[in-house]
Design a binder for this molecule. Structure first.
Ligand code: NAD
Length: 507
């Protein structure tokens, strides 16, 4: 594994300033909320953060009262303009994603592309918020389902998709007639300021109320204000299962709605008929891409015993060639972990798995520690394990891939599903029966199930989310929009008599 040279913190600070200036964001520097970069692990600026949740909630609620009656296609105009601004500033926004989240250039550009795509989707959706007409059992009656805006939506997001997750929620919520308050990750304030600025600009240009969107920078205490306030109709929270476990019951206690997108522990089954060239490529991207810091990262590989040695040999060779280092270098494929604490967690998992009989086959060494002592660069790791022990059943948010073997497909599916999480899954096979069994009700128990492609890199057109400890939420495409609206059932009597349902007679 080779290492590429790192930029200095001064270089990164200058690059961040240039990106912010080009986008037009005025950053109030000097406060005690820090923007930092995982590329060097050092601080970039002190920021003055807007943390007044009360003010944001009140303003957002007032804006909702206007926004909810604005015709949906006109609400779509705001999102169309946002999409245009994202296109115009794609490169600068991607710079901020790389600087704050450590993504390599093509993945950072991909994140902004995903935002543009969801804007396009939401604009179309603004003319398709369909309800149904239902056959009434009574003559002269019409039964209908109508969808209405829900209210203020609180969006709490994670560091690893610092902008795209916001856009999945916000583009859809806005066309649905909701207003949004965003509490982003503590790690990514600059990209959040940039997104908020572009949406405010779009709102000014199309004449939408400014307060359709509010940004609150801050730690979890700021998020908790959204969680507990009954004026926030929906809390859409993306992050760890620990966070969801704390937040979900609090929102439920006030009968609010929550949409939870939590941790994954994603697996791929590799069957004897698999195209191994394709599988190796798909596995390495899914397991080592984004330095193992995607919710859909491939964490468990369940390989048929007959091909396990061959596949492991090929993966070991591929892992040995992964360039690690500055995500701004075109040749780099693996950037830094978000923080030294993430590296400690990864090392803790590796110590535990070895004590439980696991054998490290490749990787695991820290890199660039001398050049950037406060950063956390590490080689993605392949670990062979005999059993799915407790550490394998946990999500460790780092590039560790555990390799297990199986003899029958039934055994592979049982291993696959025997974890608390249920986000993404895949099977590599050329046997159609195996593929269909994996996709069937008796197959993968995840919200995402793929064939001959890895677990990560979903398109926005499908609904995104997972089951069990992943929280059950669905965002982005398909009919995920329904989570952002409330439905009403209408019975309209256009006859001249009153007939009661179920044949009831009264008076
Ligand atoms: P995290 O849980 O530490 O933080 C996520 C967000 O929640 C942050 O904004 C944080 O301030 C806030 N938060 C934390 N505790 C809170 C509380 N009690 N009340 C209110 N807000 C609270 O997660 P992270 O380290 O930023 O992100 C990594 C995790 O996110 C991984 O587990 C990953 O799988 C998950 N993730 C899931 C998805 C998905 O769609 N399922 C997508 C991206 C990331």
């Amino acid at each position: 594994m080779t290492s590429t040279a790192l930029p200095t913190t001064d270089d990164l600070r200058a690059r961040a300033r240039t990106a912010l200036d080009t986008i037009g964001v005025e950053v109030a520097e000097g406060g005690d909320f820090s923007a930092r970069t995982p590329l060097t692990g050092e601080n970039l600026f002190g920021l003055t953060a807007a943390t007044d949740a009360e003010d944001a909630i009140a303003a957002s609620r007032t804006a909702f009262l206007t926004w909810r009656t604005t015709p949906a296609p006109r609400r779509g105009e705001l999102v169309r303009r946002l999409g245009e601004l994202l296109r115009e500033h794609k490169s600068d926004l991607a710079d901020l994603v790389t600087i704050e989240a450590g993504k390599i250039r093509s993945e950072a550009l991909g994140e902004i592309q995903e935002m543009i795509d969801i804007c396009d989707f939401a604009v179309g959706l603004s003319r398709q918020l369909y309800g149904r007409t239902i056959a009434s059992e009574r003559p002269g009656h019409r039964l209908a389902e109508t969808w209405h805006p829900l209210g203020v939506v609180g969006v709490i997001s994670a560091f690893n998709f610092p902008a795209a997750v916001w856009s999945w929620n916000t583009a859809v919520a806005l066309v649905c007639g909701d207003t949004v308050i965003w509490k982003p990750s503590e790690f990514t304030p600059l990209i959040s300021l940039a997104c908020d600025h572009l949406l405010a600009r779009a709102a000014d240009e199309v004449g939408a109320p400014r307060d359709v969107h509010r940004l609150l920078l801050g730690d979890r205490a700021v998020g908790e204000k959204l969680v507990d306030d009954p004026r926030v109709a929906l809390v859409s929270a993306t992050g760890s299962t620990r966070m969801g476990r704390e937040l979900g019951p609090r929102v439920a206690a006030r009968f609010g709605r929550s949409l939870l997108e939590l941790g994954g522990n994603n697996a791929a089954i590799v069957a004897p008929s698999a195209d191994l060239d394709l599988a190796v490529q798909g596995i390495v991207f899914a397991a080592a891409g984004t330095a193992g810091q995607r919710c859909t990262t491939l964490r468990r590989l369940i390989v048929h015993r007959d091909i396990a040695d061959t596949l492991v040999e090929r993966l070991t060779a591929a892992y040995g060639r992964l360039p690690i280092g500055s995500p701004f270098e075109d040749t780099t494929l693996v950037g830094p972990l978000i923080s030294p604490a993430a590296l400690d967690t990864m090392n803790g998992a590796l110590t535990r798995v070895q004590a439980q009989g696991g054998k490290i086959l490749a990787g695991g060494n820290r890199r660039l520690a001398e050049a950037a002592p406060a950063a956390a660069y590490v080689e993605p790791v392949l670990v062979r394990v005999d059993a799915q022990t407790d550490v394998v059943r946990e999500e460790t948010f780092a590039p560790i891939l555990y390799v297990l073997t199986y003899d029958t497909l039934e055994e592979a599916i049982a291993l696959h599903n025997d974890v608390p999480q249920g986000l993404s899954s895949s099977i590599f096979t050329r046997d159609q029966r195996e593929a269909e069994i994996f996709l069937s009700a008796a197959g993968s128990d995840c919200g995402i199930a793929n064939v001959n492609i890895g677990t990560s890199g979903a398109e926005i057109g499908g609904a995104f989310g997972g089951e069990k400890d992943t929280g059950g939420g669905r965002e982005s495409g398909s009919d995920a929009w329904k989570a952002y609206m409330r439905s009403a059932t209408n019975t309209i009597n256009y006859s001249s008599g009153l007939s009661l349902a179920q044949g009831v007679s009264f008076l």
